[in-house]
Design a protein around this ligand. Structure first.
Ligand SMILES: [Zn+2]
Length: 674
């Protein structure tokens, strides 16, 4: 095993995993050994003849599982970013075993007895605030995992968790397979009229990559409304493309979703909660199902009214083409026409000013330097897990090395859809670790030698994901449990949303938005028209988002034992009940391809995006009106919030920055819902 790179701590800078040496066959033995080692470590804690102390129990638990963390972080990253049939097999095998392993830790009676004994005397232990919080959070995690349940219930919990893990893996795999299978294959480019030349070239390249030379392939992105719908002039192709998207994985994943929701409800009941959603929000900043219900109900009506106003504008434009109503596959197309005629904003006109390297260096990194004083330097000699994944070292204002940032921007067949951040190494002073974080996007890779020109939304996504990266990179906590993004789910999107504001700050925009060929700056009047056009489309975006949030919420507020016969029907009823059944605006995700909630960590948590946007919009106001410069404001935001990770209650961090509780007004104004 000496040649297995996971068996030792990486010697690379900041413990970057030694990707050049990692092969698929290293994962399984490393998982086996990693789990066995942690169980040994825990047995050691439990068998300690000394009475429990904070150090010999709680800190010892924080130190345990180092090897398992190493292998799991690399494996999860590769499974998302560059998977293979072999890794998918392994995922199916290892997921239920990892679930059993987590249960073995959390349901270890001896370990919980020691933690519980400490917890009961916590005020007498003389702990500093972060250590006290660690003890409290660990205790809560054990209780929420079932540590206080009778043995028979714990046994049932173990079965449920293992089955849920297997179901999530199957869901993910079905979705990936069916997304590939449903790609639209065309014999010639004629039907692609309306698409830009590089999009047509990318479709031809897709065809070649799939071994179908001469054909043109539109592969599906993971959300409902495919981006090409805004450009394709051929209405029948638009209809076909959207239908392919909306029907994804329905047959295989519908029943899996029903089963998953049922098991989660049963588990929640075992743990004393009326539903999975109630179980989840009890540990979030929202606090209760009623709070989320109220939020969704408050936004639904005004958002639908907004979307209806937009639909009337679209129809006015569509009548010229002989349409008498706007179908779902027409919405994006006519929204684009209205943007062009009413606001003179043409998405295609914008893209030459949004070249990836420029946006990255002169936009995203530039803003981070402006606001936080950090500098990023590419380290081409450091190898990541794929040739397209690039490693940068991040330096703080004082020149010290903060950590590493891996940027993996291009789409490929082996990568899942969407955009996300993850961590290969989490910061902690206890373990002496600096953070290594990854951003993944799905930007279409240009032909060799061609520039990667982005859409406005892709620029936003770059800034957004880098906001998560900064949360990880600025982490300054003692215990790994609190590192960076280890905050409530309905809080974690907030710092990343805040980072989006810099893309339109005049000094930042002027710095990155330059024509890739001529170097000309983006014309100021185009920027103004963009800003005006931004508010148009909020109705659609909000309804699309709320639809998905309501679907997630409906599945997870079900009491245990509820029978659901058909997933699609259940979904339709949930949307109708919420007043969000708008035929022309399908939800951003439908049940069968909603991997955030059925194969990811957002179950009963998709509401979190708009929940945290309340904090975001409020914080953007704070940055604009606090009388401090960007750099000084950034310092406060970093010190009081980003650096704290989960080491202090989330809303306390918010209050420390803004000086009061969050207010919803700025969000309502931004979304046109006031
Ligand atoms: Zn995010």
């Amino acid at each position: 095993m000496s040649d297995n790179p996971f068996f030792a701590t990486s010697t690379l800078v900041h413990e970057l995993p030694p990707f050049a040496e990692i092969r698929e066959e290293h994962y399984l033995p490393a998982f086996d050994q990693g789990m066995a080692l942690q169980l040994d470590e825990i047995a050691g804690i439990v068998a300690d003849p000394e009475p429990p102390t904070f150090d010999n129990t709680v800190v010892a638990l924080e130190r345990s599982g180092a090897m398992l963390k190493r292998v799991a972080a690399a494996f999860e990253n590769q499974g998302d970013s560059d998977t293979s049939p072999g890794l998918q097999e392994l995922d199916a095998e290892i997921s239920p075993r990892l679930a059993r392993h987590r249960d073995a830790v959390h349901l270890d009676a001896g370990l919980f007895a020691r933690i519980d004994a400490l917890y009961r005397r916590r005020s007498e232990l003389g702990l500093d605030p972060e250590s006290l919080r660690l003890l409290e959070r660990r205790h809560t995690a054990f209780v929420r995992a079932g540590a206080e349940l009778p043995a028979a219930d714990q046994q049932r919990l173990r079965e449920i968790n293992a089955e849920l893990a297997a179901a999530a893996t199957a869901f993910r795999r079905n979705l990936m397979d069916d997304t590939r299978a449903r790609a639209i294959v065309l014999d010639g480019p004629e039907q692609l009229a309306g698409l830009s030349a590089d999009a047509v070239a990318a479709a031809a390249e897709n065809g070649r990559a799939l071994g179908r030379d001469g054909s043109y392939v539109l592969s599906l992105k993971n959300f409902s409304n495919q981006t090409e719908l805004a450009q394709l002039t051929d209405r029948s192709l638009r209809e076909r493309l959207l239908a392919a998207s909306l029907g994804r994985a329905a047959e295989a994943n519908g029943p899996l979703a029903i089963r998953t929701a049922g098991l989660r409800a049963e588990r929640a009941a075992l743990l004393g909660h009326p539903s999975h959603a109630a179980y989840v929000v009890a540990d979030e900043t929202a606090g209760s199902v009623a709070a989320v219900d109220a939020m969704l109900a408050r936004l639904a009506g005004p958002a639908v009214a907004n979307a209806e106003r937009e639909a009337a504008e679209l129809l006015a434009a569509a009548r010229a083409d002989g349409l008498t109503s706007i179908a779902a596959h027409d919405w994006a197309y006519y929204a684009e026409r209205v943007r062009q005629s009413a606001y003179q904003v043409d998405a295609a006109e914008l893209r030459p000013y949004l070249e990836l390297e420029r946006v990255l260096h002169d936009g995203v990194f530039f803003a981070a330097q402006l606001v936080y004083g950090v500098v990023l330097q590419e380290r081409p000699e450091l190898v990541a897990y794929h040739p397209d994944a690039r490693v940068f070292e991040v330096f703080d204002g004082d020149g010290g090395s903060l950590g590493l940032f891996v940027g993996d921007f291009f789409a490929r067949d082996s990568k899942r859809g969407g955009a996300w951040m993850n961590e290969l190494v989490q910061q902690s002073h206890l373990l002496g670790k600096r953070p290594v974080v990854v951003n993944n996007l799905n930007i279409a890779k240009p032909a060799p030698g061609e520039p990667a020109l982005l859409t406005w939304d892709e620029v936003r996504t770059l800034f957004h994901e880098f906001g998560h990266a900064l949360h990880g990179l600025f982490s300054d906590v003692r215990y790994p449990l609190f590192a960076g993004t280890e905050v409530p789910r309905d809080f974690v999107e907030f710092p990343s949303q805040v980072n989006e504001m810099w893309m339109v700050r005049p000094e930042v925009l002027a710095n990155y938005a330059r024509h890739h060929a001529t170097g000309e700056p983006l014309p100021a009047e185009l920027v103004e028209r963009m800003a005006a056009a931004e508010s148009f489309g909020q109705g659609f975006r909000t309804v699309e988002y709320l639809g998905a949030a309501v679907i997630d919420w409906a599945w997870h507020t079900l009491p245990a034992g509820t029978e659901v016969a058909d997933a699609e029907e259940f979904e339709a009823q949930a949307l109708a009940r919420a007043g969000l059944a708008v035929a022309a605006v399908p939800p951003r995700y439908r049940t069968a391809y909603f991997s955030h909630v059925f194969a990811g960590e957002y179950s009963a948590g998709y509401y979190a995006y708009i929940w945290s946007e309340v904090l975001d919009a409020d914080t953007v106001e704070w940055f604009a009106s606090n009388g401090l410069g960007a750099r000084e404001s950034g310092e406060v935001f970093r010190r009081e919030l980003l650096a704290r990770g989960g080491s202090r209650p989330a809303l306390d961090c918010f209050r420390a920055v803004v000086g009061r509780d969050p207010e919803i007004g700025p969000l309502l104004a931004r979304r046109g819902l006031a």
